[in-house]
Design a protein around this ligand. Structure first.
Ligand code: DX5
Ligand code: ZN
Length: 218
């Protein structure tokens, strides 16, 4: 079954509570929290995302799918642990070395969350292969991380296919999440390529009827 994770990155503060409510009643599966530190990517969303994550954890029963686009992965895992996210995902481009990557995976498990490892469009799949047995999800970025509202880069879906083949051949049971430029047209292609969790931001947030938009994605 395809699951939908709604990115709240571009939700406006004035409409936040209503939008969160509409997303939940619209039958999304997770709230996707895009934490950007102003270093790993240009934007700094640390305060806004903390605020939204806290609010959502108070008013919603749905799990948080936290996506760290940050250099200091360890610091943010610590900070978010108290919110008990369903999933915490960090970038391989941030941790780089094996020991640090394995420590981050362990820390997330210690916090009781599922572990996601993310890979940017310019990074080869080989970089994450050694960790696939240790994580629950791979987040394949389908745009360059940094902002919402971009167009999906078609080549990234080739990476999704390659990953799907690899995990099937090796009997590895993990989720594949795609993030960036997912809308009614691209969702089908992403699922055909092997993704089973779709992050969607602008397409959902700007939809006139969120429930219909979620159903279209699914
Ligand atoms: C991009 C973020 C995405 C993004 C998704 O850096 O990780 O989660 O906000 O938004 P849309 O669906 O608008 O591309
Ligand atoms: Zn994201």
């Amino acid at each position: 079954m395809t699951e939908i994770s709604a990115s709240v990155l571009t939700v406006e503060k004035e409409n936040a509570i209503r939008t969160f409510y509409n997303l939940e009643t619209g039958k999304i599966n997770y709230f996707h929290i895009d934490v950007m530190d102003g270093k790993f990517v240009e934007k700094d969303t640390t305060e806004l995302m903390k605020d939204y994550a806290l609010t959502i954890s108070h008013i919603s029963n749905l799990g948080l799918d936290v996506h760290f686009m940050v250099e200091n992965v360890e610091e943010f895992i610590d900070e978010y642990a108290m919110l008990e996210p369903e999933i915490m995902t960090f970038h391989i481009e941030a941790t780089k070395e094996e020991e640090r990557t394995k420590n981050a995976i362990e820390e997330i498990k210690r916090a009781g969350s599922r572990v996601g490892i993310s890979i940017s469009p310019d990074t080869k799949l080989d970089e994450i292969k050694p960790y696939l047995n240790l994580v629950h999800m791979v987040l394949v970025m389908t745009v360059i991380p940094g902002k919402g509202g971009q167009q999906l880069i078609p080549e990234t879906l080739e990476k999704v296919k390659e990953l799907k083949n690899y995990i099937d051949e090796n009997n590895i049971d993990i989720d594949i999440e795609v993030d960036g430029g997912i809308n009614a047209e691209t969702a089908g292609k992403a699922v055909e390529s092997g993704a089973n969790i779709l992050v969607s931001g602008n397409y959902l947030i700007n939809a006139e009827n969120i429930e219909e938009a979620v159903a279209k994605l699914k």
